[in-house]
Design a protein around this ligand. Structure first.
Ligand code: HEC
Length: 95
């Protein structure tokens, strides 16, 4: 392949990658705003759909607790409950 063509292709794929980087919107549902406010402090909300849908309640609970206990997420216990309910309902499997 001629180097110039390779460069054009490279530039093209970079611009596609950029277009995909726009922030994701969470599925509409009860307390989606609580999740968005608490879970986008340290990383993007992409982490949520990336890890679903195989996560059940126990796994999402452990995940949210890990954010709080291991990483220091400033999430009130009341909000943590709402967040877990939302995650299991929208991005998890029951059980
Ligand atoms: C205090 C900062 C902080 C907050 C707030 C936070 N996280 Fe995280 N999260 C991290 C760090 C640090 C990692 C792991 C390192 C990385 O991959 O960026 C992570 C990783 C993750 C992962 C990937 C899997 C894993 O365990 O590494 C998921 C899913 C996740 N977070 C979900 C959430 C959810 C849901 C919330 C809201 C309840 C949340 N995070 C809030 C810091 C935070």
């Amino acid at each position: 392949m001629k180097p110039i063509l390779a460069l054009i292709l490279l530039a093209f794929s970079v611009s596609i990658a950029r277009a995909e980087e726009k922030p994701i919107t969470l599925k509409a549902g009860p307390d989606a705003d609580v999740v968005a406010a608490n879970c986008s402090i340290c990383h993007t909300l992409d982490y949520i759909p990336t890890n679903s849908p195989f996560m059940n309640r126990q796994m999402w609970t452990a995940e949210v607790n890990k954010m709080i206990n291991a990483f220091g997420a400033p999430i009130a216990p009341d909000d943590a409950k709402k967040i877990i309910d939302y995650l299991v309902g929208m991005y998890g499997k029951p059980g």
